[in-house]
Design a protein around this ligand. Sequence first.
Ligand code: GDP
Ligand code: MG
Length: 423
Amino acid sequence: MKIKFPLIIVGSQWGDEGKGKVVDLLSDRASHVVRYNGGNNAGHSVVLAVEKFKLSLLPSGVLRRKKLFLSHGVVIDPKILLDEIALFEKRKIKVNLMIDPRVNIVMPYHKALDAATEIWKGKKATGSLHLGIGYTYEDKNNRFGVRFEDLIAPNALKERLELIFPLKKLQIEKVYGQKFSSTIKEIYKEYVNYGKKLKKYLGDVSFTLTKAIKKERVLFEGAHGTFLDGIFGTYPYTTAVYTIAGGVFPYVGLPPQKIYSLGVVKAYTTRVGNGPFPTELLDSTGEKIRQVGGEFGTVSKRPRRCGWLDLCLVRTAIRLSGFDYLAITKLDVLSGLDRIKVCIGYKIGKKTIREVPAMMSDFGKCTPIYKEFKGWKEDISKIKKLEKLSLEAKTYLKYIEKQLEVPVKIISVAAERSSNILL
Ligand code: GDP
Ligand code: MG
């Protein structure tokens, strides 16, 4: 398998494509692994021998003892980060981490506002996990945030809280009519303590990576997926950040340059939360995929909506992020199905289209056009060579690659780290 660096890994669907596993696999070849967007709402799992690690903030490269970076595009819930660091240190895995001072910190009032807004939206709720991520980005963009540099400087933290806290309390209690019992003193005490523990990780990630990218092998781990992109995703059921590859430049602080990109494509489609999903399966096949694929949220445990692979989604993702390579994951989950369908286009009124339309009102009206394939019966989870796959599985893969016009480099056939066909 030949893959070039610097490399960015992006989910090509609605997230949970198995990026964690692909990053772990490729970080073996990297020296630096960077998370540059999203918060701890982007859970990913890496399976190592018998142990399954669920990460939400640390880059997956932690298991390979690489240099790890959290750039300012990430927002940090300090307690969650400290718990994750402790998990690895307990296993004698040293966490070699650098956190940019410009990173924004998730505060208790962000979570309270998140919960309060979801109550207010009622049936139209975004499906947020009340982790406060969206609100942290809102304050970041509105210059009303607490940055990592404030967290580690008690006086600065106090000053920021004195400015911000009273307004947040008023908002939660007087606008949303919800209770918010935390006091400024409690929050200060708790967060100063987090700052003390995290201070040693401070570093200028933008500066360090601008230099490192020229001579080292830098891997960027994208969170979420293309259709959770705050602009190009299925708005408003999205995250607050760019998830497409180009986001990496401002989110790290790098000048535009060639960064290779790899799109992770799950062999079927899943989606968490509300919003249109043309290939959704609401029948027993959907349930089978959910059970076999373990399609329940890494962090939330919520059942994920499941459906057939949608090439319109992936084609759009390729256009937006310019993938040089693809990884197909969870192919094993489709084993045993009699027939497998792939969406190759949408019908909208009398028109046929091949990509996700720009207007979400149109996307809601799209009905999928399917191509059907014969399924395969055998267990493929131990297969390491493409030739060993049955004709049916090969036909399915070949068709996808031909349609998408991007070379497939990795086919993942089980959750375990080494269960891959590398091309
Ligand atoms: P991410 O958010 O894109 O990193 O994906 P998640 O970790 O949320 O979800 C992927 C899940 O699928 C995890 O539980 C992985 O351990 C698992 N997984 C990854 N690749 C494969 C695969 O090829 N086959 C199977 N059966 N499971 C996989
Ligand atoms: Mg996930």
